[in-house]
Design a protein around this ligand. Structure first.
Ligand code: FAD
Length: 409
């Protein structure tokens, strides 16, 4: 890895070596091979944050409003990702998913998902009754379910490492251990201060995930959003209980809070996770309840958008906190889908922190959000299915970079 001030400026510095930043860098190199690209990552390796702390699901695309960026990027991204995994010999498991309606009141919402799935062009959708559901997931109880046979699981950290290798083999660089601290302007370009080193670049692509808003402000962007971190906590099924789950079992989501609702996922390593919930994190990288970062917490509480959001969602927030603190509440919710599950079947699992962009008006941004400021493109909201969609988001960013930065093939 290079140390010291880089003699010749990079054409593009990508901030953040998560799956989105790496894909953006790779796509720029593939579309514009003459472009010199470096990825700056503050950790000692890539893919350690959202990319390495998620459910590992290659989503199919039924949840998203037709025409939204999530719908478009997810459906095209699935094909690109699966082909990439084939090419690189990265294992993924098409174990399939059922989205279950546990009572009649959920049926209109389940029907709406089928409609969305069809509109989005999702393959192999099937509405099934209790008998067929019992064949696929014998321990699940439901009145109807939407079956998504192509939904798969993969290790996204492994995918991120493969993108990083491809970048390096194509002449790009991955500069780990470089935390961007300050940005200065230098003629037409920027000077990126990483503490003890200044890296020069003509343009920036900001994919800093949980810190994307801070990096955008360093670049002088005038933003209407701020990242509010939400921790998602998981339990893991003890080995002797894993047989209760064959693939992926999801509840019918509440359209007002589509990212809520605990589910079961059989991972690529055979482990079964149950979760996640969504509780406010006191630190942007707060993977445990006890981790507090004063700057992050004060930043959240000083933000008017946070309070406007809380006014609207406090009931749901309290329910999620209760589920986080009281295992029996978590288990009760899990039992709606799988009545046989008991507290003894569950051991504490991992956690992830979602970078949720919240507007000043208090709205939780649902769709991907990519904005531009002078010399920079900022990915300000890349929630799930961001990993599934990584290659198509990366392609979209590279095309925008081509136009906005005047890149030449
Ligand atoms: C709990 C959870 C479950 C999820 N489940 C799924 C799923 O099943 N399927 C799916 O498709 N998606 C899922 N997602 C979403 C998916 O993980 C994200 O969309 C995706 O990982 C976003 O990637 P990213 O590169 O934008 O962010 P990240 O992976 O967070 O990467 C950002 C990188 O920027 C670096 N960085 C930050 N600040 C700086 C700085 N100042 N200088 C240098 N580097 C910096 C960080 O260290 C980090 O490596 C889930 C997310 C969570 C949290």
């Amino acid at each position: 890895m290079n140390r010291g001030v880089t003699s010749r400026p990079w054409d593009i510095a990508v901030i953040g070596g998560g799956i989105v930043g790496l894909s953006a860098a790779l796509n720029v190199i593939q579309l514009y091979p003459k472009t010199r690209v470096a990825v700056l990552e503050k950790e000692t390796e890539v893919g350690l944050h959202q990319t390495g702390h998620n459910s590992g699901v290659i989503h199919s695309g039924v949840y998203y409003r037709p025409g939204s960026q999530k719908a478009r990027f997810c459906v095209s991204g699935v094909q690109m990702l699966k082909s990439y995994c084939h090419e690189k010999g990265i294992e993924y498991d098409e174990c399939g998913k059922v989205i279950v309606a546990t009572d009649e009141s959920e049926l209109p919402r389940l029907e709406e998902l089928r409609r969305r799935g069809r509109a989005n062009g999702v393959d192999g959708l099937e509405m099934i009754g209790p008998e067929r559901l019992a064949e696929i997931e014998p321990h699940v109880r439901g009145v109807k379910a939407l079956r998504l046979p192509k939904t798969a699981v993969v290790d996204y950290r492994r995918v991120a490492h493969a993108y990083a290798e491809d970048i390096q083999e194509s002449g790009g660089e991955i500069l780990t251990g470089r935390r961007l601290r300050r940005v200065g302007r230098n003629g037409g370009g920027v000077e990126l201060d990483t503490g003890g080193e200044t890296i020069e670049a003509k343009h920036v692509i900001n994919c800093a995930g949980l810190y994307a808003d801070r990096v955008a402000r360093m670049m002088g962007a005038d933003l209407d959003v701020r990242i509010v971190p939400f921790r998602g906590e998981y339990y893991t099924l003890r080995p002797e209980s894993r047989g209760l789950v064959k693939g992926m079992i999801y509840p019918t989501p509440d359209p007002r809070f589509p990212f809520l609702g605990v589910h079961y996922t059989r991972g690529i390593n055979g482990e079964v996770e149950a979760g996640p919930n969504a509780v406010l994190a006191w630190s942007r990288e707060g993977y445990r309840k006890t981790v507090v970062n004063a700057r992050d917490a004060i930043g959240t509480f000083a933000y008017v958008g946070f309070w406007r959001m809380t006014l609207r969602t406090w009931r749901v927030g309290l329910a999620e906190m209760r589920r986080s603190l009281v295992k029996s509440v978590f288990v009760k919710d899990l039992r709606k889908l799988l009545p046989e599950i008991r507290s003894e079947d569950l051991a504490p699992g991992g956690a992830g922190v979602r970078a949720q962009a919240v507007s000043r008006q208090g709205a939780l941004l649902d769709d991907f959000c990519i904005e531009e400021s002078r010399g920079a493109i900022h990915v300000l909201n890349a929630p799930s299915p961001g990993a599934t969609s990584s290659l198509s988001i990366g392609r979209h960013i590279a095309e925008r970079a081509g136009k906005s930065f005047g890149l030449k093939g």
